[in-house]
Design a protein around this ligand. Structure first.
Ligand code: ADP
Ligand code: MG
Length: 893
């Protein structure tokens, strides 16, 4: 996958005055309109973690200082050395009375430009971008006394209209953030003679730059960081920093013009709407269970705004620094000249950028050729006495305009806050468990007491009943004894009568028998009563045993509860370990994406259209495996592919993302296709209702479409029709970008040309330009260039006759309209496409009719790439039809 670098500038060539200029073409639509600033718009309001890096050129404005009192007096008889044409964004530099040179800038600010306007065009777009999560740099370059500090650092306490960029930027930042969730903190530093001094704590005067060996990010851990909550405290900090700067410079016996001042503003924002965490832990019927949905931690965006007031750019000998030794003089200028060298190297596409040569260039690594949005204001004075310095300042600005950065979002997962939430959840559960335990203990106590009470009651009742009964029978017994004694006495008193009566009468016998009978019955009923009471006692004993059993049962339940609590705590510990692993994995992914230099889900695909400026070596084979690769090994491709057909929409989205990630690695592509992954992805394009799924599937197909065998398979399975359908339904520019990328890859296959066109591939490509997004346009242009190249090759080998299919399908008007597109990448593809089309006489008539001849002439004259310029020239001079038309119109090549 060779993403070739392309760093052509948009409008940086100095033009001799009076030379006619061909029209600049459209394509301005992609630029931010809200704040009429210098920067292209970010790729979307809420970029997700799969949004890619966007190419963005360093934007440069020039600002002219009004004449000062000295110049008004001394230069009164001379005109200014520059003339500004702000409406044309041009600056004319007078060489002498007869000659001048014209330069174009992104913005030309006259001596009347207000501080507010300067802020709005130079810094506001960068500040807005920082608030969206991108890094940003605003920098002033120019000779001492031309207004760098005036532009950046003016506090404007007496006159609010005079407030400079630092103060206005903080006002905008504080107005936009949410104090409850977001934080803003600043450091303020000075760089002098390769030493970094903390302007908020000047004793700290040799702060080290620390570079993360894996990501390459630089930081200054030794610098004071102050959290800013309101504008007043920020202005106070700036005032303190400025006072320290003056004091330090007096001590070092220098002027502030020799040192660089850097204000670093760190913004940390919670990404609202993307921080839901689904952790539900429920307890039912005393049985607790835990269900952990997805552990999705909240996302935070961390961005940094760096405002740099550079040292005066004049040569040291000119501004009278006799006090310095040669060594000091070298050191003073080292950082600034290293910055110049880096910008030259970047502007010229040189493979080596000497970033490590100075501290300034190490600190600004991200601002030039890095991932930040960068705006530079070059300040100049009007005096012809400083023409030399002014010229070199302008040339610096012109070179900086050629530098392109790849801006990208800096967002990460907020594991700390997820951990906090889990802790709170755990505490809630512990409290709930404690409450339940207490409830059970109370219940057991209550039931035990009740049972004891009942047993006591029953025992008491039995005892009284027994005693009553006993007393009753005792009394009856005593009574009957008494009766018998009396009778006995009666016998003794009358012996005769008794003798007479020794033979008892039948009456007396009957009486005794009755008494005995009575006695028997009484004993029987006493026995019954006693049995009854015995039964009652055994019944109460049984009741007591049941109550004891219930107590045992409750104790058991309590034990189960306790062991479940233990299990639950273990589960939470596992969760925490998983969370830690997740965080390590996420860090790893982030690092590997950072190493990759593009920070996106489909690095393979994106590298077709973007390029890593840092050219850091990718650790692939030897480095640690990415979590996705681990997943691939652990879960197995078949399983992952089967998830593409899952019932759960969420699972489908995740599965297609995983497959897309795998498809981005060339090594996996064959396995994916063999396992039927390509067919499944095409199925998703056909059947999925969800645009995210279709977007990610199209991205994966685009990656697979980079190899010829897969291109044949995609065609054979009706891929072009499916991609065309997806294109016509899609609304998201990123979906269109993926689809256009896939078709563009197919366009580069010589054998598939006719079929691709027959199935509507070219029409689909041209249809996608409706969205106007530069990334989509770049893919469309690449596709057209690929197609034109294949056609041209076929015609040269005699395998093709007749007019270009591109022309037949109506591509020419769009090609002509965008041939001078502002975006270098789009322009380059279209220029190549035009050259290929014009190489064949059959196309000449259409080329003339549609006005493409003019664009070819322009390319042959102005194109900054020599090979394309020569190709256009050769094409024009070798076509008889184009030659005769040029003669007719009196155009010269
Ligand atoms: P530098 O930081 O480039 O050395 P200064 O910002 O200190 O330059 O400006 C030098 C002087 O010129 C200061 O007195 C400043 O107030 C004045 N000055 C600079 N730019 C302007 C401007 N655009 N309008 C009015 N005065 C200016
Ligand atoms: Mg200054």
């Amino acid at each position: 996958m060779s993403g070739k670098m392309d760093r052509q500038s948009v409008t940086a060539t100095p033009k001799a005055a009076g030379k006619p200029r061909l029209s600049a073409g459209g394509g301005g639509g992609a630029y931010r309109r809200t704040s009429s600033g210098l920067l292209p718009a970010a790729s979307g309001g809420r970029a997700s973690s799969d949004s890619g890096a966007v190419s963005s050129r360093v934007r440069v404005a020039v600002r002219l200082r009004p004449r000062n009192a000295d110049e008004l007096a001394v230069d009164a008889d001379f005109g200014d050395c520059v003339e500004l044409q702000p409406e044309l964004k041009r600056l004319k530099l007078r060489k002498n009375n007869w000659e001048s040179e014209t330069y174009e800038f992104d913005e030309v600010l006259t001596e009347f430009a207000s501080q507010k306007r300067v802020y709005e065009v130079v810094a506001k777009p960068v500040v807005e971008s920082v608030l969206e999560g991108y890094n940003g740099t605003v920098m002033a370059y120019g000779q001492t006394g031309t207004g760098k500090t005036f532009t950046l650092g003016k506090l404007g306490e007496e006159d609010t209209a005079a407030r400079g960029i630092m103060v206005r930027a903080m006002e905008d930042i504080l107005a936009d953030i949410t104090p409850e969730t977001d934080t803003v903190s600043v450091s303020y530093l000075q760089l002098y003679m390769e030493m970094i001094q903390d302007l908020l704590d000047p004793v700290n005067d040799n702060i080290a730059i620390v570079e993360d060996p894996r990501t390459g990010d630089v930081s200054l851990p030794g610098a004071t960081v102050v959290e800013v909550r309101d504008q007043k405290s920020f202005v106070d900090l700036l005032r303190v920093g400025e006072a320290h700067r003056v004091a330090a410079n007096t001590k070092l016996n220098t002027e502030s013009s020799r040192s660089h001042a850097l204000l670093m503003v760190n913004v940390r924002r919670a990404d609202k709407g993307r921080h839901e965490m689904d952790v539900s832990i429920s307890g039912e019927n005393g049985h607790s269970s835990s269900t952990v949905g997805s552990l999705r931690p909240p996302i935070v965006r961390k961005s940094k705004l760096v405002v740099v007031d550079l040292a005066g750019s004049e040569r040291i000998d000119k501004s009278g620094s006799e006090g310095h030794t040669l060594e000091e003089a070298k050191s003073i200028n080292l950082s600034l000249s290293a910055l110049g060298k880096c910008i030259n190297a970047l502007a010229e596409n040189s493979p080596h950028v000497p970033v490590r040569d100075s501290k300034l260039t190490r600190l600004l690594k991200d601002s030039f050729g890095g991932t930040a949005r960068t705006s530079l204001v070059v300040t100049i004075g009007p005096s012809p006495r400083h023409r030399g310095e002014t010229t070199s300042t302008i040339m610096f600005g012109q070179r900086a305009m050629k530098v392109e950065n790849m801006v990208k979002l800096k967002e990460e997962f907020d594991y700390k806050s997820l951990c906090r939430r889990l802790d709170i959840e755990l505490d809630k559960l512990i409290a709930e468990n404690e409450r339940q335990r207490k409830y059970f203990d109370d219940e057991v106590e209550r039931i035990t007491a009740e049972a004891q009470c009942r047993v006591l009651e029953a025992e008491g009742e039995c005892k009284t009943a027994l005693e009553n009964e006993k007393a009753k029978y005792h009394q009856e017994y005593l009574d009957s004894i008494k009766i018998l004694e009396e009778k006995w006495k009666l016998h003794q008193q009358s012996p005769r009568k008794q003798i007479k009566e020794t033979e008892p009468t039948s009456n007396e016998v009957g009486e005794v028998q009755n008494l005995l009978q009575n006695e028997k019955m009484l004993r029987q009923s006493a026995e019954d009563e006693a049995n009854d009471l015995k039964n009652q006692v055994s019944h109460w004993k049984k009741m007591e045993a049941a109550a004891t059993a219930e107590v045992v049962k409750l104790r058991k339940m309590l034990d189960t509860e306790a062991s479940q609590k233990e299990k639950f705590e273990e589960e939470i510990a596992v969760l925490k370990r998983q969370l830690l692993q997740l965080s390590l994995d996420a860090d790893e992914t982030r690092r590997s994406l950072d190493r990759d230099g593009s920070g996106k889900i489909f690095p393979g695909f994106d590298s077709l259209m973007s390029h890593s400026r840092n050219s850091q070596p990718r650790e692939q084979s030897n480095g640690p495996k990415t979590p996705i690769a681990k997943l691939f090994e652990q879960v197995g491709l078949q399983k992952i592919l089967s998830l593409l057909e899952s019932e759960e929409p969420d699972v489908r989205v995740h599965a297609v993302k995983v497959v897309a990630n795998l498809a981005a690695e060339e090594a996996n592509q064959e396995k994916i296709v063999e396992a039927g992954g390509l067919t499944s992805l095409l199925m998703l394009l056909r059947s999925s209702e969800d645009e995210t799924i279709r977007r990610v599937a199209a991205g994966a197909i685009a990656n697979l479409a980079m190899n010829e065998t897969n291109q044949d398979l995609i065609m054979a399975q009706g891929g072009v029709t499916l991609l065309s359908m997806t294109a016509s339904d899609a609304e998201d520019p990123q979906t269109l970008r993926m689809v256009a990328g896939a078709i563009a890859n197919l366009c580069g296959n010589d054998k598939l040309q006719t079929r691709l066109r027959g199935e509507g591939g070219i029409k689909a490509l041209l249809g996608m330009v409706r969205c106007g997004h530069p990334d989509v346009l770049a893919q469309v242009a690449r596709g057209i260039a690929n197609f034109a190249k294949c056609e041209s090759r076929a015609a040269t080998h005699g395998n093709r006759v007749g007019k270009s299919l591109l022309i037949d399908d109506g591509a020419l008007p769009w090609i002509v309209k965008n041939a001078n597109n502002e975006a270098a990448l789009i322009r380059r593809h279209i220029e190549l496409a035009l050259c290929h089309l014009a190489q064949h006489e059959v196309n000449s008539k259409d080329i003339i009719c549609e006005g493409a001849l003019w664009e070819l002439v322009r390319i042959s004259r102005d194109c900054s790439r020599e090979d394309i310029r020569m190709l256009a020239y050769r094409t024009l001079t070798s076509s008889p039809t184009l030659q005769s038309e040029m003669r007719r119109l009196r155009i010269e090549c």
